[in-house]
Design a protein around this ligand. Structure first.
Ligand SMILES: [Zn+2]
Length: 329
């Protein structure tokens, strides 16, 4: 059961809005930065109703007279920025390459259709209803960033120094991480996931590892992942170890001639990462990794990848049901 996310203070002027996201798609963390009468958001939720909830909490925490002037969009996935239209008049900052990712991201209409117009008796329809059926995608107009950068951009929100670093391609072609040097906090976007398997659309994993190591190099106290609970440095080191292992597995399974989906099935059968949710997402990450190993420059076929994910999740779910029926009987 999903509980309402709350805005939690992490340090002076820094809050995180963290949904209970374990094993779920689309429930991303957002941030609020406030200093000297000015406020910025790090990402906005997937849908307008959820954004309204986040904004109400953010405005209450920021206090009267503090305007939200800036939205820092970590990357182009809808679950990090489809609420941007609700922050009227704010500057929307992201990397220049984020614009490229938006070109092949499904639209809100396409997502709604995958939830409503697919067959719930088939894996794809079942999977989309299960993971995206909670979201109301109506009324969303995807906003383009109003300010983009490459490399690094230094901003001030009130008197708070904010460093933006372009670390893509990693999770997508254009990923940004937000470093708050004074508070020793990093908002890592989907370069870091906690509790769930990653689903990296771009990769290769080596570049994701490099981005994580760059974050560690800033010696932060806290790292806010794109999804899941806030990590300390040891938590991030554990995540890097998993990324490295997955890259090693990808190389050897690719060399054995497996497809990404076969490789994902192999690692799931081995129960190689027992603590992480959504193992079917390895299909997506391994497909990105295999494209790099093949030196293929095609863009990911999102629908084909989601169909393979759905089949794995569907079969695991029917396996679980068969097991619980057997043990109940
Ligand atoms: Zn995300």
């Amino acid at each position: 059961m999903e509980s309402d996310p709350r805005l939690v203070p992490l340090a002076t002027g820094v809050h995180v809005w963290s949904p209970d996201a374990a094993g779920a798609w689309g429930l991303a963390n957002c941030g609020l930065l406030t200093a000297a009468g000015e406020a910025a958001l790090v990402d906005t939720p997937y849908t307008l109703d959820r954004t309204d909830d986040f904004l109400a909490a953010a405005r209450a925490a920021a206090g009267p007279g503090t305007g939200i002037t800036t939205v820092l969009t970590t990357h182009g996935n809808g679950d990090h920025g489809w609420g941007n239209q609700r922050v009227t008049g704010a500057e929307i900052v992201s990397t220049r390459r984020t614009l490229e990712h938006q070109c092949f991201e499904p639209t809100p209409e396409q997502l709604r259709s995958l939830v409503e117009d697919t067959d719930p008796g088939e894996p794809l329809g079942w999977y989309f209803r299960r993971h995206f059926g909670r979201f109301d995608f109506r009324g969303i107009t995807v906003q383009e960033p109003t300010r983009t950068f490459e490399g690094r951009l230094d901003l001030r929100i009130g008197d708070m120094p904010v460093e933006l670093h372009d670390v893509g391609p990693a999770h997508t072609v254009g990923d940004m991480v937000v470093h708050l040097p004074k508070q020793r906090i990093v908002f890592a976007g989907d370069v870091v996931f906690a509790g769930d398997h990653v689903c990296h659309w771009s990769g290769p994993l080596e570049r994701v590892v490099l981005a994580c190591e760059r974050v560690l190099g800033w010696d932060p106290d806290l790292v806010v992942p794109g999804h899941g609970p806030v990590l300390d440095q040891d938590g991030l080191r554990g995540h890097i170890a998993y990324l490295r292992d997955l890259a090693d597995q990808a190389r050897s399974l690719h060399a054995r001639g497996l497809t990404p989906t076969e490789a994902a099935r192999h690692l799931i059968a081995e129960d190689r990462y027992p603590d992480l949710h959504l193992p079917e997402r390895m299909v997506i990450t391994l497909a990105s990794e295999f494209r790099h190993l093949d030196r293929a420059d095609a863009e990911p076929d999102i629908l084909a990848l989601m169909t393979d994910c759905s089949w794995i999740a569907w079969q695991r779910d029917s396996g679980d049901q068969a097991l619980s029926t057997a043990s109940a009987g």
